[in-house]
Structure formats: C-alpha cells, structure tokens
Design a protein around this ligand. Structure first.
Ligand code: 5AD
Length: 383
C-alpha cells in the first residue's frame, strides 16, 4: 500500500507510464482514512492547483433558468413526478438582468442551468445567449441536460462557450437503475454527448455524485480515471444528498452495497475526490460545489478551495425562485446575503489568502488544444 500511495512522483501522468495513479491506487486513496496521509494528498493537489491554474479563484454566476424537468431521475428533487414543486421558468429579460448583474459584479462567466424542460424554446435561448454576448464580456456556460447534437450546435453557434453534463457514474447498470426512461424518451448516452460537445468546440465539463447507493469504491475510482480519459476541461463532483421525497432518498438503504464496498456520503471522501480530480486532470477548472458546501457547512467553500478547487459559482438566480430549485434538501446559497452569497464568497476567498480572478478563466487545456490542432491547409482561395 505504501508504494501505491506515492504521489510525490507526480500524478496526472496516467498515460505517461509512471503508474502512480492507476485504478487500484485511486481506490486506495478513496479508502484512505489516515489524516496524515490525506494531508499529503491535499498538499499535493493544492500545489498542483497553484502550478496549473494559479492562486486566483474564478467566480461563475449561476442562473437556474428553469426547474421544469421531464426526467424521472430517482435522486433528484425536481424530478417530473414531484407535484409539490412549484415550477418556474425565467424569461429572456429576467435571464439578461441576472447576466448583467454578473457583469457588474465582475464575474467572467455565467452558468445557465435547468432541468430538461421541453418548454424552454431553443430559439429564444439562442437569442438570449447572443444578447448576453453582446452586452457583457462574460463567457457562457450551459447545463441543460441531454440535448440533441443539433440543439447543442445551435447554442454553440449563438455563442455558448462551455457545457456541463455530469455522467454521474461510469457504472452502466447503476446509471440505468437511477435514470429510468421517461414516457417521452430514453436517456441518451452521455459519453456520446460529451464527444459531440468536444467536436462542436465547447469547453467540456462533467462529473459525478459521490456516495450514490450502489456506487462502489472501485467504480468511483473508474469515474476518476475517466475524468482523465475524457480530457475534461471542467470537473464538478459533490456528495449525493438524499432527498426524502424521491425514490432513492426513501429506498437508498436497500440499494446500498455491503459497507466494505459502498462509497459513503462523507466530507472526507468528497474532499479526497476533489483532490484526485485535480491530480489526474490538473488543468481542469474545478468548482467547489454547492453539494459539498451543503454537506460541509463548517468547511464550506474554503476547504474545497484548499483541496484542489479553483472555482466557486455564486447563485444569481432571483431570490424568489431559489428555494424552488431544490434538487436536494437544505441546499446552500439560497439565502442571498449569507456566507454563500457573492459577498460572503469573496470574503471566504480572501480569508485563505487567495484572490478573485479577472477575465473568463478558460481552462489552460484550450490553449494546449489550439496549439496542437493541425494547421488548416493554405489551399483555400480567399474571396
Ligand atoms: N444530491 C446531490 N447531487 C444531486 N444532483 C442532483 N440531485 C442530487 C442529489 N440528490 C446533481 C447531479 C446533477 C447536478 C445538476 O446536481 O449530479 O448532474
């Protein structure tokens, strides 16, 4: 085990033959409980974060544009069958007002997130993105679920820069169990969508939930390996938080594996996954997620930022809608003036000697990919 845990030999080199972080050693780290060893991991991830993406923390303004969803995901508080959720959808003017606010606050990015909402009009959304790109200097990130290739192409053409789609788990059986087909359609293959996003020129983000009932330590190790294989530009990970009014929240115990195999929902494991994500994919932008800040009220964003994260996403959704975007209970950031408000987050960042970044904060992967892309042939005659 001792040699397996050697991280001084540089991680992030899965394909460089050093063998320092392979599936088995990743699993070893996921199972690690020794505080001193975990501090070594944290320090390695923190150093790698500093080297690759620097000391400045990027703020992305999160706008939850619709909580309508036609999916039946077993874990999610805004799943279609939940009649008690009061549904809302922001119109273009409301979205634009939030985006302008992000610009005024100096944020370099806005993130538009929604459930899979058939009532969201693609053309309206495309025009809203166009207006945001004209009126602000913000990059636009989308997180709208499993769209078709054509829809993704249209939104990219409108100016969207980045897309987030978590694969949630690389265990296919588990994925299928927690994502039953809805009446209208089957789930699309998320790995295929991630490939489309890459082809379309988006910066690509994905991630997983940690501690899903039925998720083993070894499948979580495989998830982390996949972050590297997919060469992700953004990685979002957070603990699974049981919502008692969902099937998985009610019935999770029954689906859980033997405790020797089941990945637990705990702060320690969630932080470990953040650190390992940084080490396997060092140039990625990694947010301190709301789910982790919700589980770890005391450590909050401050600790995630010490464990490898370099991004925070303050919630800019109009306060009257925030409580309705309740994908899990007690979600942090609903209070517009508390520690998870934009002002509170800046104070937290400064308290650990870090600064707030300026600019869009593209992943350094983008520059690398542009430089290594084959140069276009010089044969086309310009008109
Ligand atoms: N606990 C934690 N994370 C959740 N998500 C959805 N429901 C939950 C939950 N109960 C996460 C999923 C999704 C993201 C938007 O929120 O990973 O991709």
């Amino acid at each position: 085990m001792e040699a397996d845990h050697n991280i001084s030999n540089r991680a992030g080199s899965l394909d460089r033959g050093s063998g320092t972080l392979n599936r088995e050693t990743l699993e070893g780290w996921l199972r690690e409980t020794d505080e001193a060893r975990l501090e070594e991991l944290r320090a390695a991830a923190d150093a790698e974060r500093r080297r690759r993406v620097g000391e400045a923390v990027h703020l992305r303004g999160l706008i939850e544009i619709s909580n309508h969803c036609e999916r039946h995901c077993l874990y999610c508080g805004v799943r279609a069958p939940r009649r008690e959720v009061s549904r809302y959808r922001l119109n273009s003017e409301e979205i634009l007002a939030c985006a302008r606010r992000a610009g005024q606050l100096g944020f370099g990015t806005i993130v538009m997130q929604a459930g899979e909402d058939p009532g969201l009009c693609l053309e309206d959304l495309a025009r809203t993105i166009e207006r945001i790109k004209v009126e602000t200097a913000c990059a636009v990130t989308l997180s709208l679920g499993e769209l078709s290739r054509g829809e993704l192409a249209r939104l990219r053409q409108a100016g969207a820069d980045r897309y987030l789609l978590r694969f949630e788990t690389s265990d296919r059986d588990l994925f299928q169990r927690i994502h039953p087909p809805s009446r209208r359609h089957e789930h699309r293959d998320r790995l295929e969508i991630l490939a489309w996003l890459r082809e379309l020129g988006y910066e690509v983000g994905s991630g997983v939930m940690i501690g899903i009932p039925g998720q083993s330590y070894s499948s979580l190790a495989q998830d982390i390996e996949l972050f590297h294989t997919l060469d992700l530009d953004m990685i979002g990970v957070g603990p699974y938080l049981a919502h008692l009014d969902t099937p998985l929240g009610r019935d999770g115990q029954r689906l859980s594996l033997d405790p020797s195999r089941q990945a637990p929902v705990c702060v320690r494991l969630a932080r470990t996954v953040v650190a390992l994500a940084r080490l396997v994919q060092p140039n990625a932008n990694i947010p301190s997620t709301t789910a982790l800040a919700t589980l770890d009220r005391a450590g909050g964003h401050r600790e995630s930022l010490r464990w490898g994260a370099n991004v925070v996403m303050p919630n800019l959704t109009p306060p009257r809608y925030r409580a309705e975007y309740e994908i899990y209970p007690d979600k942090a950031g609903i209070d517009p003036v508390g520690v998870d408000s934009a002002g509170g987050i800046v104070a937290t960042i400064n308290s650990i000697g870090r600064t707030v970044a300026r600019g869009r904060g593209d992943s350094p992967n983008i520059t690398r990919r542009r430089e290594s892309a084959p140069k276009p042939l010089q044969t086309e005659v310009s008109q």
